[in-house]
Design a protein around this ligand. Structure first.
Ligand code: VOV
Length: 258
């Protein structure tokens, strides 16, 4: 049969994305049983080496060449997450390799990881001129992560089920739905800061959602409210949720003390 010529139709239109820093979430479980076997002075040394490594990451952040955040994770899925943002995947891997060479990491067992790139959609347009030169867009694409008390991370995709296939909706319809999503999101201004990482082709889900808040209850409120919004109610598919508390570098010795 002759192949039909494929003039793009409205339904085939992909939304253009603006892509910023590459993003890596590294989740670890602390192997307390093995750590308890380690001499206190050796444990202190390992923690100090980890603190020095975080100090190097802080220098990169001070120069606005990347960002990172360390949080504990509540529950059994993990004990810690280190989130790292860098301009290239090579730099992301560099951090990953350095981190794995630290002595403490012999006792931090990987439980989950996520790779994505900070993404802004252009459903609302991308403004005048080159968006990558717009200071507002640049702040969103290359964000210095907030020092909020809490983090919430989960991966998600948009459904491709028959009848509820996001990818066969017209651009017009997706714009309308994303507008409503954005309106709900905006009602959380000042309470929640979101970083959306696009991960189609990079990881198992299509987006990694990272939320930051000082009031942990706001995570439950926004996720619940969005469940009733058509984008999430009909098209949202979700992976595992992780929530945690900020872990300051200066509190690490106390955290690992027995
Ligand atoms: C702090 C709240 C907040 C705000 C203000 C906000 C706003 C916006 C806007 C304006 C836009 C569209 C960008 C454009 O194109 O103009 C988006 C885009 C996106 N969002 Fe969002 N979102 C928030 C928060 C927020 C949450 C809590 C979730 C998880 C959904 C849930 O059910 O658990 C989410 C998901 C997404 C995703 C996956 C995308 C990309 C979808 C795509 O198909 O491309 N998001 N988001």
């Amino acid at each position: 049969m002759q192949h039909q010529s494929s003039e793009p139709t409205v339904t085939q239109q992909a939304a253009e994305t603006l892509d910023g820093w590459y993003t890596f979430h590294d989740f670890r479980r602390i192997d307390w049983a093995r750590l308890k076997q380690v001499d206190a002075s050796v444990r202190t040394k390992m923690v100090q080496e980890f603190q020095a490594f975080l100090g190097e990451l802080a220098q990169v952040e001070d120069q606005k060449e990347g960002s990172h955040a360390l949080y504990t994770i509540i529950g059994q899925k993990a004990d810690l997450v280190l989130m790292v943002l860098r301009p290239t995947m090579e730099e992301i891997q560099d951090v990953e390799v350095k981190m794995q060479k630290l002595d403490l990491y012999d006792y931090l067992i990987p439980t989950y990881s996520y790779v994505s790139v900070v993404e802004l959609g252009t459903y609302r347009g991308s403004g005048e001129g080159n968006p990558y030169e717009n200071p507002y867009v640049r702040d969103r694409l290359y964000p210095i992560l907030p020092k909020s008390k809490h983090i919430c991370f989960y991966p998600m995709s948009k459904s491709r089920r028959d009848g509820d296939n996001w990818y066969t909706l017209s651009m017009e319809k997706r714009k309308e739905l994303m507008y409503r999503h954005g309106m709900i999101g905006r009602s959380y201004a000042g309470k929640i800061q979101q970083i959306i990482g696009g991960s189609t082709g990079f990881d198992d889900w299509e987006w990694g959602v990272t939320l930051f808040a000082n009031d942990i209850l706001q995570f439950k409120k926004i996720v619940y409210e969005m469940r009733f919004d058509e984008v999430s109610a009909k098209y949202g598919e979700f992976g595992e949720f992780f929530i945690g508390n900020r872990l300051e570098t200066t509190d690490l010795e106390a955290h690992f003390a027995l």
